[in-house]
Each structure stands twice: as C-alpha cells, then as structure tokens.
Write a protein that binds this ligand. Structure first.
Ligand code: GLN
Length: 483
C-alpha cells in the first residue's frame, strides 16, 4: 500500500486526526528544513486551518476522498492565490498571484492540505536546484549531495518525509531527475494531460505538471485526480481514463524496449541496475526487445535550442512593472527595465535568455531554431517507430546518481549533458516515470525510467507498479516505505 491510502485509512478509522497528521509533517519541516532547504515558504496556518475542516467532515460522518486531508506541497512556480510564488527568483520576490493554478484548484477542492511551496532551480532552469535564489536543496540520503532539479525541493521533501507528495513541473526532466536522485517516484505525464494554467512558463511546448511520490500507487492516485481537461489551457486534453484500477494487471506478454543509445555513457552501477530491472520484468512474463534510437544523439541540442528560445520569449514579461522586483535607482524606463532584469535574474537564467535570443535572431533563426524544430519532428517519428514494437521503453533516468553540491555551478555544459536521458521524452510529448531501482556504492539511490506511448499512462503505471511490487529496493533504508 502507498502512503496516501495508508493515511486515508487511518483518517477514516479515526486512528489519527488530520490536524495530528498535518502537525506531524509540520514538525518534520521544523526539524529538517534547515538542513534540506526543501521549502521556500511554509504555510503552516493555512495547513492547520484546512486540516480542521477535514476533521470536522470526518466527525460529521461524511465521506472523504482519497486525497482529502493528505499533506502535500507545490513547486514554487505553481500559482497560489495570496501565497508568495517566487519561481526561486529574486525578480519574483514578494509576488503573490491573484489566482490559483488549475492543478491547485483541483487539489484544493479535493481537500488537499498544502504545507507550503518548495524550492527549485530559478525559473526551473537547472539540474541541481542550486540556481535557486534561496540556495540549493539537499539530498536526504546524503546532505553533501544535491537533491537534483529543477523540482529538487519537492523530491527532497518527499524523500526526507517532509510531505506525503509534491507537485512538480518537468520541462526536460525536472520531476524525474530529482525523483531519481532522492529515491522517490516522479511522473511526467503526457503533454496536455495536466493543465498548465497558472504554471509560470519556462518553455511552454515542453512544460508539464506531475506528481513526486513515495510509491507508484501514490503517483497514480494523484495523476488520476489532476489530469482533467481545462478550458483555460489551450493545450489541455485531460485524460479520459483512470490508471488506479489497472495498476495490478498482469503484464505477461507486454513488450519492454531497451534502446542501446540510452545505455551509452551511463555509469556502470546505473546500467547494471537498469538491466537487473529488465530481468525482473522477464521473470514477470514480459518480453525484452532491444533496438536502436539513433535520433537520441540530437536530443540535447534540440532541447537546449528550443527551450532557451521559448524561455527568452516567456521571460520577457519580467520588466519591473508588472510583477515582483523593481530596481531602486534608474534613469528612465529603458534603464529601469535593464537594471531590474540585470539585478533580478540569476546567471543561469541570463545565460539562457541570451542563448534563446541569439537562436531566434534574424541571422541565425534558420541555422538554429528552424533546424531544431525539424529535428524535433524526427525524434517524434523515431519514438513512433519504436512504439510499434514495444509497449514501454526502459532506460536510466539519469546517467549517474546525485552529484555533490557545487558541482553543477562549476560547469554548465557538463550539467546540460546529464539531461540526456530525460529530455527526449519532453521533445516527443510522451509520459514517463522514474522509479527507484537500486542504491550505488555510496548509498545514493538509482532511478530507472519507463517511457510510455502518448496518453498511455495506464500501461506505463501498470508496468512500473508491477516492478515496484516485485522488488525491495528502498525498504531497508531509513527513508524506505513498507509497501
Ligand atoms: N535540466 C533541464 C533544464 O535545465 C530541465 C529542467 C526542467 O525540466 N525544468 O532545462
């Protein structure tokens, strides 16, 4: 059983009250957030107020839904009415949205208890959470390592038991990579399945919201709740299915594909753990098929060109007039905008705005942006061909385990390269989930990635669940959860 059902049962049986459960998590935050730096804002009063409402409902004998009263957290790029939403950037300091993101609206109406807003890389640009204006989040398994990024705060919070689940966003791996580093489950849904309304945009054609949880079952419960059509997001489709009831279906005869290219340059221990997972699948009656996916070679340049181009356009709105930070001293409007942006954005964000502006500029548009768009099409078609022969693809989530704090800042290109296994999924708008599949010699979690067909989260989560139920990976560590 996952954590959500476990707490739901305890609440229904009145073995714990929602206020007690919420307080238990708030106490953990008080105790460990100083070390982990997982939360930027803790909304303790709001959480306890909502918890009281759930308790009143239970006392009155009313039925509660699975997510009702469960303490959770949102990444700080998801708009929350009246609650500071900073994107971990100085430029949005003090910004309180005047509306809720759809995903929060859905969860709120399901009775979720929000504990606070979690740390992240500034504007979700990064892989270690260290581009955050508030400093990086740390890994609960080893405080000298990063939690990953950009949803590092959420993964650190769930991994370190400071929230039952977290809602993150994934543009090029930001849910799956930190989940992998922190030994938890991270689901990046199909593009369009979850509304992006109220998610502060980084690269709109890639951005997608999804859950970070302790177990696949929890990810399925949260996904089923949040994957609803929303007319406020023009790319929203929602999902017309539930994943929960088919989690335990037999996977005999399912085909699991492994692309050789995904195993290139991957740390030995990670490769071994992923190949061991394939053996578990064989023992469950699934068939493993190997194939080539040569187009993966183009994935990183395609992603970084297109994501930076979209970011340079999306971040144009931060001008010192409309939101958050405004510089103190200036002479005229132009100077004010220049100074606000120079002082308000961090180094990585500026680097990407410059790169994006460059690839979109008249002289270079065809050479970079247009070429990258064409190659995006080739990658989409390559996945289509691959899925003609398999039901899901198995790959590492990241070629390595969590890196030491400070390393990502040192060499940005080196850090971009570590996104190689996650970005192809966003390029092709596919769903993918990272599931813990081992521990390396240093005691750091290893994650494997399962990639599904578009809008086939049902098969994806079913196959992920069956693996999770057949293994014992994290149960022995102090962060483990009894399934
Ligand atoms: N690490 C990738 C980047 O920096 C992905 C980030 C994300 O998914 N938001 O762009």
């Amino acid at each position: 059983m996952g954590l959500i059902k476990k707490y739901h049962d305890l609440l229904v049986k009145k073995e714990i009250s929602c206020v007690e459960l919420t307080q238990k998590y708030l106490d953990e935050i008080n105790k460990s957030n100083g070390d982990l730096n997982a939360y930027i804002t803790v909304t303790d009063e709001l959480a306890l107020e909502n918890a009281k409402k759930v308790d009143a409902k239970i006392k009155a004998g009313e039925e509660i839904s699975l997510l009702e009263g469960i303490p959770m957290t949102l990444k700080d790029n998801i708009s929350t009415k009246g609650v500071e939403t900073t994107c971990a950037s100085k430029i949005l300091s003090g910004y309180k949205p005047i509306y809720d993101a759809t995903v929060y609206e859905i969860l709120k109406s399901s009775g979720a208890v929000m504990l606070g807003k979690t740390n992240m890389d500034e504007f979700a640009m990064g892989s270690s959470s260290e581009t955050s204006y508030f400093g990086g989040s740390k890994n609960p398994h080893n405080l000298s390592c990063c939690a990953g990024g950009s949803s590092g705060g959420g993964a650190s919070a769930v991994g370190g038991n400071l929230a039952v689940y977290a809602i993150g966003s994934d543009t090029g791996g930001s849910i799956r990579q930190p989940a992998s580093f922190c030994g938890v489950v991270g689901l990046k849904p199909t593009y369009g399945a979850v509304s992006r309304y109220g998610l502060i945009a980084y690269a709109s054609s890639f951005d997608q919201i999804g859950p970070i949880t302790k177990t696949v079952e929890d990810a399925s419960i949260v996904f089923d709740a949040i994957s609803k059509y929303d007319e406020k997001d023009s790319t929203s489709t929602g999902s017309n299915y539930e994943t929960f009831n088919t989690l335990n279906d037999d996977i005999k005869g399912k085909k699991i594909g492994i692309a050789y290219e995904y195993l290139n340059g991957v740390k030995d221990e990670v490769k071994e753990a992923v190949l061991n997972a394939s053996k578990v699948y064989e023992s469950l009656g699934a068939e493993i098929v190997y194939f080539n996916l040569k187009e993966l070679d183009y994935a990183l340049p395609v992603y970084y060109i297109l994501a930076c181009a979209e970011a340079s356009s999306n971040l144009g709105r931060y001008d010192g007039i409309r939101y958050g930070y405004k510089c103190e001293h200036y002479e005229g409007t132009h100077d004010m905008i220049c100074r606000t942006r120079s002082e308000g954005f961090g180094e990585e964000v500026k680097r990407r705005i410059l790169l994006g502006t460059y690839v979109l500029s008249a002289g270079y548009y065809d050479a970079y942006y247009k070429k990258a768009q064409n190659l995006r099409g080739s990658i989409v078609r390559a996945f289509d061909r691959a899925f003609a022969d398999c039901d899901v693809i198995l790959a590492p989530t990241v070629p390595m385990t969590a890196f030491k704090l400070g390393k990502a800042q040192f060499d940005p290109i080196e850090t971009y390269l570590t996104d190689i296994c996650t970005v192809p999924v966003n390029i092709a708008s596919l769903p993918a989930v990272s599931v813990p599949c081992g521990i390396d010699k240093e005691g750091l979690p290893i994650g494997m990635q399962l990639i599904g067909r578009k809008f086939d989260e049902k098969t994806l989560l079913n196959i992920a669940y069956k693996y999770e139920q057949s293994t014992d990976n994290l149960k022995e560590t102090k962060w483990g959860v009894k399934l």
